[in-house]
Design a protein around this ligand. Structure first.
Ligand SMILES: Nc1ncnc2c1ncn2[C@@H]1O[C@H](COP(=O)(O)OP(=O)(O)OP(=O)(O)O)[C@@H](O)[C@H]1O
Ligand SMILES: [Mg+2]
Length: 235
């Protein structure tokens, strides 16, 4: 059964409609990658799922209608969103950032989980008491993902986690993401411009152009699609 069912007739910012007739599903524990050029509407799609835009349509998580719910209720239903750019609170310490992510859970469970993350990723552990603003780009992205997973979501929305990172750091980050979601069974909706890496960890994929889905299929099918190769894989 599908975890997330998206049936958007139109979505955007007040009178400015950005998405048109966007429909797809994410399976339980599944991984979908969304590709698209700058301005195509990728961020708007994630923001729409999180309840941050004006939407006409239906978006359901395990059958529960999300359209009309306040963003915190959508998060509470099991969706964690790692926004584009720095998804961390720079003034808060690394530990505080993690605890914010687990704020809806009992304090002791969240604290134990934060400790577990910092043991698992020593670069975060060593900087536990320092402001997140002092972390490198890759460390901040890792912290943003760990913070999102602190809420034990069923679906993780990721908006261009590779943005601004060196290729080696991006590749490490994607392996970590693959590993973490695999271990926890968390489904993933990943927006990326780094198509090569993203298609490598996804099962299904779609391309958005000017707010509409123009290509969809398995990750393997998109990797073999000539238009996708030219536009997103540079070959
Ligand atoms: N707050 C807003 N109010 C009005 N229009 C907006 C707003 N945010 C984005 N838009 C418009 O919506 C369209 C899609 O933007 P969006 O940020 O979703 O694209 P994107 O695919 O995420 O691009 P990028 O790859 O550059 O991040 C653009 O035309 C943009 O100008
Ligand atoms: Mg964007």
């Amino acid at each position: 059964m599908s975890l997330l069912t998206v049936e958007i007739a139109a979505a955007g910012y007040g009178p400015a409609t950005v998405l048109h007739e966007v429909g797809f599903e994410v399976a339980t524990g599944g991984r979908l990658v969304v590709l698209g050029a700058n301005g195509a509407g990728k961020t708007t799609l994630l923001r729409t799922i999180s309840g941050l835009t004006t939407v006409d349509g239906s978006i359901r998580l395990d059958g529960t209608e999300l359209v009309g719910l306040a963003p915190h209720r959508i998060a509470g239903a099991g969706i964690a969103h790692v926004p584009q750019g720095r998804g961390t609170f720079g003034d808060l310490t690394v530990r505080e950032n993690l605890l914010v992510g687990g704020a809806t859970r009992p304090g002791r469970a969240a604290a134990a989980d934060a400790d577990r993350w910092m043991e698992r990723f020593p670069r975060l552990g060593e900087r536990a008491a320092r402001p997140a603003a002092g972390l490198s780009g890759g460390e901040q992205q890792l912290l943003a993902i760990a913070r999102a997973l602190m809420s034990t979501p069923r679906l993780l929305l990721l908006d261009e986690p590779s943005l601004g990172l060196a290729p080696k750091v991006t590749s490490e980050l994607f392996s970590t993401l693959d590993e973490l979601c695999g271990e926890t069974g968390t489904a993933m909706l990943l927006v990326e411009q780094n198509a090569e890496l993203a298609l490598g960890i996804a099962e299904t994929a779609l391309v958005i152009e000017s707010g509409r889905i123009t290509v969809r299929g398995s990750a393997a099918e998109l990797r073999d699609n000539d238009d996708v190769r030219r536009a997103y894989l540079g070959v």
